[in-house]
Write a protein that binds this ligand. Structure first.
Ligand code: SF4
Ligand code: SF4
Length: 335
């Protein structure tokens, strides 16, 4: 019975299951948004607008987020974007980039490519020379700094004016429709092949938002700890780490690249030698970790939903007017 329960825990909290569910949810939500746009154009039945797709507009919503921090007020027009940012920051702060490790659908796509590549390449993605890897990781922080300096410097009146632009309300539709363009498909295919060879290059070397979550994750009270007394130096943990962290030689994994995937803990053959701990003391079982990440995520969503801080206050007829006006067809994609 206990073995059955352990197996059930393993399946329910397996990283690929959790990530696949979020990925499928994201794909389903984007299809709902396209169906909503079709309704607004008079081409289909009414479908409620899915607010959670707000995550694909980082420039707009981070601008709004910083304006809120600076006293510019909560975005009541498209509040889901702010809620998603707060939830991603909270999961990253509490659980070492938990958002990247367990939730982000973009990361899931590249990690899926990397996993396929590992199978084809005999177990491991190609590792770049150390100097190039360090330069690439540094580049991500430079990009992140540039991105957040840019959105953080937008003045409050400008940010508030930006989120009141009708284009901003429908930019998510523009972006998703843009993904079907040949140029996007070529870029995605290129990144997919690169990820198959080198691992998730976007997440490791280019994602500016991931750079923020990595930096925030450094302050996490939870981390993987290795007991040097019981460790038998088998090296399985280091080999299992998709983020190339040398777990075998760390007392506590502080690496900014660690996304709390728990793969290293799961493969450790010695009980108690490698564990996730909160504040260095409280053990967190590998199957409990994702429940906490997902639990915090949904708790924040639920609070926002129940307090009226999730759904847009823009009436559907206004969306219909904006989309029907041809605004989407006249502008270029902007994130
Ligand atoms: S395998 Fe361990 S060290 Fe590597 S990312 Fe996952 S939790 Fe962090
Ligand atoms: S897998 Fe466990 S026993 Fe092996 S090196 Fe890592 S911590 Fe030590």
């Amino acid at each position: 019975m206990s073995e059955l329960r352990t197996r059930a825990h393993r399946i329910l909290t397996s990283r690929w299951l959790v990530k696949s569910v979020f990925f499928a949810l994201f794909v389903w939500l984007t299809s709902r948004l396209l169906a909503f746009a079709a309704w607004a154009r008079g081409e289909g039945p009414f479908v409620p607008r899915p607010e959670a797709v707000a995550g694909i507009l980082p420039v707009g919503h981070f601008t709004s987020f910083f304006a809120w921090l600076k006293g510019g007020g909560w975005d009541t027009l498209l509040p889901a974007g702010l809620v998603i940012i707060i939830a991603a920051l909270a999961t990253s702060l509490l659980f070492k980039r938990g958002f990247c490790g367990w939730i982000c659908p973009v990361g899931t796509l590249w990690e899926g490519a990397a996993a396929i590549g590992r199978r084809l390449l005999g177990g491991r993605n190609i590792r770049l020379p150390r100097w190039l890897d360090i330069a690439g990781r540094g580049f991500r922080y430079v990009l992140g700094f540039g991105f957040f300096a840019f959105v953080g410097m937008v003045s409050v009146p400008e940010a508030v004016g930006f989120r009141e632009l009708p284009y901003m309300w429908v930019a998510d539709i523009k972006i998703i429709e843009g993904f079907g363009q040949p140029i996007f498909l070529i870029v995605i295919l290129f990144a997919f092949v690169l990820s198959m060879l080198l691992g998730p290059v976007w997440c490791r070397y280019a994602c500016p938002i991931g750079a923020l979550y990595s930096a925030v994750g450094l302050a996490s009270p939870c981390a993987v700890k290795r007991d040097e007394e019981t460790c038998i130096d088998c090296g399985k943990c280091t080999r299992a780490c998709h983020a190339f962290v040398d777990v075998q030689h760390a007392a506590t994994v502080h690496a900014a690249e660690c996304d709390g995937c728990m793969d290293c803990v799961k493969v450790c053959p010695v009980e108690g030698a490698l564990e996730a701990r909160a504040f260095g003391r409280v053990r967190i079982a590998p199957w409990v970790w994702p429940l906490l990440v997902v639990g915090v995520w949904f708790a924040i969503y639920l609070v926002a939903k129940l307090t009226g801080n999730w759904d847009t206050t823009i009436p559907v007829d206004v969306f219909r007017q904006v989309i029907g006006s041809g605004l989407l067809e006249q502008t270029t994609p902007m994130f």
